[in-house]
Write a protein that binds this ligand. Sequence first.
Ligand code: ATP
Ligand code: MG
Length: 417
Amino acid sequence: MQRMSQLFTKTRREAPADESSRNAQLLIQAGFIHKEMAGVYSYLPLGLRVINTIKRIVSAEMEALGSQELIMSTIQNKDIWEKTNRWSDEAVDVWFKSQLKNGNEIGFGWSHEEPITDMIKGHIASYADLPRYVHQFQNKLRNEVRAKSGIMRCREFIMKDMYSYSLTEEQHIAFYAKATDAYMNVFRNVGLGDRTFVTSASGGLFTEKFSHEFQTVCEAGEDVIYVHKDGTHALNGEIFTDETLQKMNAERSDFEQKKAAEVGNIFTFGTKKCEELGLYFTDAEGNKNMPFLGSYGIGITRLMGVIAEVFSDDKGLVWPASVAPYDVHGIVLDGKEREAEGIVQALEQKGMNVMYDDRADRTAGEKFADADLIGIPWRIVVSKRTMEKGMVEVKNRQRSAIEYVSEAGIVEKLKTV
Ligand code: ATP
Ligand code: MG
């Protein structure tokens, strides 16, 4: 149980005046994040609980794919990026760079294909060592020009990045398809399944080969996508051309234009990068060969921002149960602490996580407003009135109806959706 009287953060009465994005306004007001400067945020205890839950959902899918977790450094070696011609600011326009005391230049990781491929040379020697999949949750640093979308576009953000090294192109394509499904499972499990589309995109900055974005329809998104009317896929604005449509045997009118946020992106690199960095293996015939590289990113903090945008109303955040910082928001009124704490403890024993508003110096109205702002799925109230009925008041954050439930029936009630 987290007592609100002891909670490290306080809610604010007003949204911060220096934020124009809804996700940052709400998350700051409710005490989930702290703005350090434009595009740079810290994650406070409530925000970190959401991040950790999203990470668990992502980890489960990565492990099911057979990927192993590691963590690479943020400080990166210039030499490695020079080998693939991605060190220059012309090639990559988001680099943060610095210098060691001896004058040597270093870069701060905006991505990790090069360092991982270089590192893995020490661990892949023969065809028996392939395929290999690795992933990490890592703070990426990018010198973004614009940072007006709250935590949806940051100069420091958490990304889950996975890298696949396959024996053959065929093996790569099969894994890429499995990874696509795993990504959709993630977006479904955080509550965004019905508005997230696998979106065909050009390789852009990364590659000439194929890539796919996972785009979540959202007014605050910075991208424009074209969703096919059958609802199974979408096209990125860049490739929505007459030529592409002709190749697909489709018409403009088959698609609907939507604003969207890119929550994930997967790429096929092929063998070029391995060749440039000298990653080879010996095949069954004793010949030297290059693995086939794929790269798979999810913006963990951007995803949290999109969830906040999509699931919120004029009173505050409305977390889907799968990512909420707590399951239940308990409120005690009229000095009924003894009764309320008994109920909260019973809920915790049943495995529910409870935020318990035990603050003696707040009115009922203030407590209700904070519960709405923070957005935990279930609110329960224990007061003189509810105790006279021998009941607990229960309300779901998504609905306006208030119900009275007996203490014995409350766990069952809170399990319903
Ligand atoms: P964008 O087109 O939005 O700038 P990108 O294509 O450069 O993103 P990738 O390199 O594909 O991003 O990174 C993988 C994922 O990391 C993205 O799909 C997105 O969810 C997230 N991401 C990228 N840049 C940022 C950022 N500046 N702030 C927060 N999340 C980001
Ligand atoms: Mg991308």
